[in-house]
Design a protein around this ligand. Sequence first.
Ligand SMILES: Nc1ncnc2c1ncn2[C@@H]1O[C@H](COP(=O)(O)OP(=O)(O)O)[C@@H](O)[C@H]1O
Ligand SMILES: [Mg+2]
Length: 254
Amino acid sequence: MPLLKAEGLGKSYSAETKVLNDINFEVNSGEFLCIIGPSGAGKSTLLRCINRMVEISEGKVIFDDMDVGSVNKKELRKLRTNIGMIFQHYNLVPRVTVIENVLHGRFGYKSTLQGILGRFTEEEKERAFFLLEKLGIAEHAYKRCDQLSGGQQQRVGICRALIQEPKLILCDEPIASLDPNSSKIIMDYLKTISTELGITCLVNLHQVEVAKEYANRIIGLKQGEIVFDGSSKSLYEDQIKNIYGMEMRELITV
Ligand SMILES: Nc1ncnc2c1ncn2[C@@H]1O[C@H](COP(=O)(O)OP(=O)(O)O)[C@@H](O)[C@H]1O
Ligand SMILES: [Mg+2]
């Protein structure tokens, strides 16, 4: 049984344009998969369909045996606790402390009131610290998030996703705002999460060379369609050229 399956998935934001068209793939538990493609190819939309941040227009997404498009509100909330999200701009609350931002990852398990009042158990707080230590930023726990560097903020984002205890983590361009050094740290952590904790990771990237270095499998999107799905080793220059319409060499220098 795959953890995630897309069957004839299609998405349109308006009647005129189809952003995703007949997307089919299966992802097994523990896979580390990168989705590559030029800007506008539909990478973000694809991730948003998986946790229904946008409504699915056609076909199906099956996650953890649930039909994402047809679950009710309550089931959707439960489903989303199993999916962590990591964003390009971290999506943290800037004026709030690092530890509180991590604890926000528990909101899905709480009533709205518990969430508003910031009622977290000792166990949750200990877990938050444990994760911050794992990611090497425990010393910053009581600083405001906006006092941290981009790379450190993304590590907070990873802690917030992990405290959810998700089965799947969706990362939308997690390193697009980071320098090469911080990018490597973040990608290494993401890879560790999948290999050591067995959490499935789907990572949207526009850097082909990073995808090739880290992913076991790569999906290439072009104008809303899958034009490549295979091992990173089997992604050759002619396919890259097809996906992006130019040479990889040129891409690296962009
Ligand atoms: N909320 C939206 N409303 C209308 N069009 C959108 C919306 N989000 C994305 N699009 C369009 O969908 C296409 C794919 O966008 P996106 O999924 O963001 O691609 P990528 O992440 O690969 O850059 C683009 O043409 C974009 O303009
Ligand atoms: Mg995007």
